[in-house]
Every structure is written in C-alpha cells, then in structure tokens.
Design a protein around this ligand. Structure first.
Ligand code: ATP
Ligand code: MG
Length: 258
C-alpha cells in the first residue's frame, strides 16, 4: 500500500544515553507524531506502585532488562491506541525476541514499521553524559547540566517540579546497561538491516510471477538510517532532514509551539 509508506512508524534505536528520548521529544514537538518511551513508562509504573512497577524496580536498579512478556504488555496497550497515528518507539524493542514479538503484533494490525533510526554515539561521550543528566519523571523531560540545563537549577521548566537523578544513572550501573546493550540489544540491528534490504517477493525468486504482481503485493518497505554524532544538536538536523524527506505530507505543529 503506497499510502502506508507515508506513515511514521519508527524505532529510535541506540545505546543507553544515546539521546533517544531527547531526539524523540524534538520530533514530537515539531511534528504531528507521538512517542512511546518504555523507560518513561516503567518509571511511571514504579512511581505509581503498580504490579508492573514492583516487578521492574529492582531489575532496573541493577541495570538489567525487564522480561520480554512484561515489556510487550506495556507497549502493546499503548500501541493499540495509536493505530492510525504517526508514532515513535523509544527503548523498545531491546532484545531480538522483543523485535520478533513486535513484528508479529504490527503484522496482525497491518501497520508495519516504516523507519528505524540508529543513533551512533561513541561510548566515551555517553559515559560522561549520564552523570550530568537530571529528569522530570512524570513527563520524561530530560536535562543535562552541561549542555541542556533547566532555566532554574534543579527545577523543571514547564511544571516547576523538582528534578531528580535516575538511580541507574551512575557509572557502575551504567556499565551494566551498556553491557546489556551490546549483548542483547545490538543484534536487533542485523535483524532490521535484513528487513530493510530484502524484498519479501522478488521476480528473481519467483520467475513465474508476473512483474506487475510483484510490485502490487510488495509490502511497505522498511528504511534503516544510521546517524553518527557526539551531541543531540549535531544529530538533530540530519534526523529532521530524514523525516522531512521521507514523510513530506507529515503535518507540522503550529509555529508558536516551536
Ligand atoms: P536513555 O533513556 O538515555 O536512552 P536507557 O535506554 O538505558 O537510556 P531507558 O530506556 O529509560 O534507559 O530504560 C531504563 C531501564 O528500563 C533499562 O535499563 C531497562 O532496565 C528497562 N527497560 C526499558 N525498556 C526496556 C525494554 N524494552 N526491555 C527491557 N527492559 C527495558
Ligand atoms: Mg530513554
């Protein structure tokens, strides 16, 4: 379906602290796109003391990954309300199995992924970044005391609430999160590279199929883009350009909100 390729169904992929949340927020502020951050959702579950929050709290504190079945529940309940919308997933999938579960879920709804963006930020940059990070848990807003400070130190710009440190943003736990990324999350990139380059039906594999049928039945193709940079300010223009050129009909939010 040709129209389908104009819907943003995007994964923001990258290491912990790569800037997934910051860049997703810039996109949702500029464009008519919604974002789902599993890290933010889990922190809200913990704050509210839900059953999922109780299960996740200790795991997150250790820098490990929350079980796939729990994560699928957290994500699909949100995704199902966004079926006809433009959306970004930030922090999910984080294992190959989560990726396969997501593929199956989206296939059932006939809403396949259209874009995977891989944020490629050097490890040493990320390590120095997390010690400066402060967050506003209810909204997921992120600040950095060196390059993106709040207007008043320790205070959220929008609500005036006090900012907090994430308990897993310390060098020891961060090392484990990075390890989990390399071991469990990075294999997903191969999975999407394959999807982005292999057409499901090709005239070479099916010599008896009429070429027109091949075109008509080809599913919306997934694009995979990697962006390298040391800061989110460096990555942003490239990301914005990708979104603008791939989804030209995407509505911008009114200028006064920019
Ligand atoms: P950043 O927010 O800077 O990108 P991050 O990606 O490590 O860093 P979050 O996405 O906020 O952090 O996730 C925090 C923690 O929540 C993870 O370390 C993990 O324990 C848990 N978590 C979040 N998403 C998932 C997921 N898809 N699968 C398993 N655990 C998850
Ligand atoms: Mg995040």
């Amino acid at each position: 379906d040709d129209r389908d390729e104009r819907v943003v169904r995007m994964l923001m992929f990258g290491k912990p602290g790569a800037g997934k949340g910051t860049l997703s927020a810039r996109l949702t502020k500029k464009y008519d796109i919604l974002s789902i951050s599993t890290g933010d959702l889990l922190r809200q579950h913990i704050n509210e003391g839900t059953a999922i929050g109780k299960q996740a709290e200790a795991i997150i504190a250790r820098g490990e990954l929350v079980p796939d079945e729990v994560m699928l529940k957290v994500v699909t309940s949100k995704l199902d309300s966004l079926q006809n919308k433009h959306w970004i997933l930030d922090g999910f999938p984080r294992t190959l199995n989560q990726g396969l579960l997501l593929d199956a879920h989206l296939k059932k709804q006939n809403t396949p992924l259209t874009l995977v963006v891989n944020l490629n930020v050097p490890d040493e940059v990320i390590l120095s970044r997390i010690t400066d990070r402060w967050i506003h848990t209810p909204s997921g807003r992120v600040y950095n005391t060196s390059y993106n400070p709040p207007r008043i130190a320790g205070i959220d710009d929008v609500t005036g609430d006090a900012l907090t440190k994430r308990p897993d943003d310390n060098p020891e736990i961060f090392g484990r999160r990075l390890e989990a990324f390399y071991k469990s999350t990075s294999p997903l990139l191969n999975h999407y590279t394959t999807q982005a380059t292999t057409p499901i039906t090709s005239p070479i594999n099916n010599p008896h199929q009429h070429p027109h049928q091949v075109l008509l039945h080809r599913p919306a193709k997934l694009s995979l883009r990697s962006i390298t940079g040391r800061t989110s300010d460096e990555i942003w223009p490239e990301l914005d350009y990708i979104i603008m050129s791939m989804f030209p009909s995407l509505r911008k939010r009114s200028d006064d909100t920019l």
